[in-house]
Design a protein around this ligand. Structure first.
Ligand code: UDX
Length: 435
């Protein structure tokens, strides 16, 4: 089977490489000619463990190709997956112009039955919109189906998530489309992956509901953490005991500076906007978003408090700039937001990240000092902040860090270190939800 994947961003590229590895012939399409040229040489524009090896292998074995020729890719494929960007507009709604543009191009190039699938996270109703566009703009009367097959890929473990998903969701109208999509995922039958086969609207909503629920869990545990600090409780023990209840589950109960990334912030806003357009006030979502934004301010205040109530003229060493470890993505990163808040109050920033420095530089420019490693970052600073929990920050030589810092102040926003041990070593130590 030939499939075309339109858009070689995060989702498109991982999806394309993984389907090729399943034995499908995949044509990955992008408008960006230089990106396509690099991909043809297996040069991967994003940091994602395992992806380069997968692209190299499937290029070599001839199942994966890259092109800018969208018309040709459409004509040669039975399944067309739309994985272009769906950026948020300022008001929280989703910009669907790239999806609409692709739908128009598909309409002009239909040359037989095809299944057109949305992979990008799109508001409920986008499947019908694509169907309308294709019906209106297709010059000939070809049969086609629209389907929704949302991805649940986490950055940093996207390949693993694709190969061993918790579930595959397929939303379509006809049995034919459902069967074709199920067939694409047939290698997953061996590992008994659950399949949820449903209508398009339900599939579209499943994606939002899943991401929004993860956001609820994070904002919930952050509120519990804030309360723990006030009553002298330990949030980790609370989270552990909560998680042992099978109805709650242990995941996504780690407190910190709030959620970031390209999905959770966008999808919570998107869900709220979708509800609003239906005349429904999704109050829980607005609280989750507000708590998440305020958590950044609380982290700034925590650092300020540890520095005696003022940030002006203080040098703060920040470790970790990406929104989470194992990615170079700084979109909606709490670390970047907190740095901006600290700069606003007159602090000087030294920072380091194992993979996110080039992206951070594009946003922060010369307003901060970029360092070579954790130790260089700590040197001469009034305080060390751990903003993202990269593995290499988990086992730092803390004696050395203490010697390098001007003041032995450690603000651990990801609760990586043991509070008692740090205090015993002579650090003034603060974390989230632990006294
Ligand atoms: C998320 C979803 O997990 C994935 O299913 C979806 O397809 C895309 O969005 P991703 O954005 O890659 O994936 O990151 P994720 O691992 O979910 O983390 C999101 C944010 O939440 C990060 O900033 C992370 O630090 C934060 N987080 C996560 C917490 O603060 N606490 C937790 O317990 C878990």
């Amino acid at each position: 089977m030939n499939i075309a994947i339109i858009g070689t961003g995060y989702v498109g590229l991982v999806t394309g490489a993984c389907f090729a590895d399943f034995g499908v012939n995949v044509i990955c399409v992008d408008k960006d000619g230089s990106k396509i040229e690099r991909l043809k040489r297996a040069e991967i524009p994003i940091y994602e463990p395992g992806l380069k090896e997968l692209v190299e292998k499937n290029l070599r074995e001839g199942r994966l190709s890259f092109t800018t020729e969208i018309e040709d890719a459409i004509r040669r494929s039975l399944v067309i997956m739309i994985a272009v960007g769906t950026p948020p507009r300022g008001d929280g709604s989703t910009d669907l112009s790239y999806v609409e543009e692709v739908a128009r191009t598909i309409a002009k190039n239909l040359n037989g039955y095809k299944v057109i699938v949305t992979k990008s996270t799109v508001p409920v109703g986008t499947g019908s919109l694509i169907e309308r566009i294709i019906k209106e703009e297709c010059p000939e009367n070809h049969r086609f189906d629209v389907a929704s097959n949302p991805e649940f890929l986490r950055e940093g473990s996207a390949v693993e998530d694709f190969m061993r998903p918790d579930r595959v969701v397929i939303g379509a109208k006809t049995e034919e489309a459902k069967a074709i999509l199920k067939d694409l995922y047939s290698p997953l039958y061996l590992i008994e992956t659950p399949f949820v086969i449903t209508d398009i609207e339900t599939a579209e909503l499943i994606k939002y509901a899943s991401n929004a629920f993860l956001a609820v869990k994070i904002s919930f545990i952050n509120e519990i953490a804030n309360l723990c600090e006030r009553v002298g409780a330990d949030v980790h023990v609370v989270a552990k005991a909560m998680g042992l209840d099978k109805r709650i589950g242990p995941k996504f109960l780690h407190p910190g500076p709030g959620f970031g990334g390209s999905c959770l912030p966008k999808d919570t806003m998107g869900l709220m906007d979708m509800a609003k357009k239906q005349g429904y006030n999704f109050r829980l979502m607005s609280a989750v978003i507000e708590i998440n934004q305020e958590q950044r301010l609380r982290m700034r205040d925590k650092i300020k408090h540890m520095l005696g109530g003022t940030l002006k003229g203080k040098t703060i060493a920040v470790l970790g700039l990406t929104f989470k470890p194992n990615t170079d993505d700084i979109r909606e990163s709490p670390a970047i937001d907190i740095i901006k808040l600290l700069l606003e109050e007159g602090a000087g920033i030294k920072c380091y990240d194992p993979a996110g420095m080039p992206n951070a530089r594009a946003v922060l420019g010369n307003s901060v000092t970029y360092c070579q490693d954790a130790y260089h970052t700590a040197e001469g600073a009034d305080c060390l902040v751990i903003a993202t929990e990269w593995n290499q920050f988990r086992n730092l030589n803390m004696e050395r860090i203490k010697q390098l810092l001007k003041e032995p102040v450690l603000v651990d926003l990801r609760n990586v270190y043991n509070p008692q041990r740090m205090q015993k070593m002579g650090f003034r130590y603060s974390s989230v939800g632990r006294c």
